[in-house]
Design a protein around this ligand. Structure first.
Ligand SMILES: *Cc1c(COP(=O)(O)O)cnc(C)c1O
Length: 383
């Protein structure tokens, strides 16, 4: 019998979330961001359900090649651009558009021999201070690029550092709009947080392509201010497993490594076939929510490599039996329809839904689920 852990991807949720992007900003084109192997979901698994996007944004040429091999003939954007001169040859062959964020990349383009001019996205550092030309240097870079025969159309882009918090995008957007106001070319500014929170601020002068990532996968970019349901997103990934053993504790008994949890009363606990080697965060403390047979309970003690313990003391509820073989939902949707947001688990572990998705381990089997009806949240009295 295979180990019971499983990641299930809900394909209808991908389609729903992509539709939500279009609702937020009806008149822009969408780069579906599928870097980091589609945020851990698998590029090949999500591709079919996101192909009504206008383009795919990736991190490196390996991912670009992969998307082409799946049959995508539309636009592909390298979010960090090229890393070395040889990359330009592959960009030509694969017809990949690339970000240009520094003079070294312009130098590489200037000495590149190509028959086909390249479509580039010139990146401004409007305040993030990661990649891009400063506002002062931006126009000079634009002029230099424009003079190259190796360059076709130049689009303009920037990235927001605080779209998800109370600071918002006003300042950075103002800098970008001010510097670029009379420059021709398409614009790309908005990530998921900006799309959901400031979609109405997008006009044709400020954005022709949005770049949503996390929202496509059904996680809220500004959790806990807004949760997934607030944004009407549906969770794509369910991580589930089963209880493989149970223990009865007396008062004073410890659980797991370091006896990090000690029972203060008699308890009934379950051992779940899921640990940090599956991608579950090791730093999740006692109390992190988990669903057993679709009912909410809590993690107890330290998460170990292959296992973790959950509290079954107050289960079963209403005559239902819980024990070895019971379904455990680490995040996503339980068989009874109950939902546990990945963001809630991440928050409890001091991280983000992004990190948990990306960390899903290779050893976890993944299955696609072709839901027909959209997921409906189910309310439970004990939830
Ligand atoms: C990752 C990334 C995105 C997508 O961000 P989300 O917060 O996942 O929507 C957009 N633009 C750039 C440049 C990125 O690196």
């Amino acid at each position: 019998m295979p180990r019971p852990i499983l990641a299930t991807l809900h394909t209808s949720a991908l389609q729903h979330n992509l539709k939500r992007c279009r609702q937020c900003v009806p008149d822009t084109k969408i780069w579906a961001v599928i870097k980091a192997n589609a945020y851990g979901h698998g590029i090949d698994r999500v591709f079919e359900w996101l192909r009504s996007a206008d383009g795919f944004a990736v991190l490196d040429l390996h991912e670009a090649k992969w998307v082409r091999s799946l049959g995508w003939r539309g636009p592909i954007l390298l979010l960090e651009g090229i890393f070395e001169p040889q990359d330009l040859e592959l960009c030509s062959q694969l017809n990949v558009w690339h970000t240009v964020h520094c003079n070294t990349q312009i130098d590489m383009l200037a000495s590149h021999k190509t028959k086909v001019p390249h479509r580039v996205f010139l990146k401004m550092n409007s305040g993030m201070n990661r990649l891009g030309f400063t506002p002062e240097c931006y126009r000079a870079a634009w002029t230099r690029l424009g003079a190259l025969s190796q360059v076709d159309e130049i689009s303009l882009m920037t990235h927001f550092s605080r779209a998800d918090d109370e600071c918002g995008i006003t300042e950075q957007k103002h800098v970008f709009d001010h510097i670029t106001q009379d420059l021709p070319g398409e614009r790309s500014l908005f990530n998921s947080a900006a799309t959901l929170r400031y979609g109405t601020l997008l006009n044709t002068a400020s954005g022709d392509w949005i770049r949503p990532g996390i929202m496509l996968y059904g996680s809220s970019p500004d959790h806990p201010v807004h949760n997934r349901a607030d944004w009407n997103l549906q969770p794509v990934m369910t991580l589930s497993s089963k209880i493989i053993a149970t223990q009865t504790l007396r008062k004073g008994d410890g659980v797991g490594y370091g006896a990090a949890f000690v029972a203060t009363q008699p308890m009934h606990i379950g051992c779940v076939a899921c640990g940090y080697a599956d991608g579950y965060p090791r730093h999740s403390p006692t109390g992190t929510p988990v669903l057993v047979a679709g009912h909410r309970t809590r993690l107890i003690g330290r998460v170990s490599m292959d296992m973790m313990a959950v509290d079954l003391t107050d289960l079963p509820v209403s005559g239902m039996t819980v024990g070895v073989g019971s379904e455990v939902t680490l995040w996503g949707q339980a068989c009874n329809g109950a939902l546990l947001d990945i963001d809630e688990v991440a928050h409890s572990a001091g991280t983000l839904g992004y990190e948990l998705m990306c960390a899903l381990a290779q050893r976890v089997p993944v299955q696609l689920k072709y839901d027909t009806a959209p997921l409906q949240p189910v309310r439970f009295l004990n939830a």
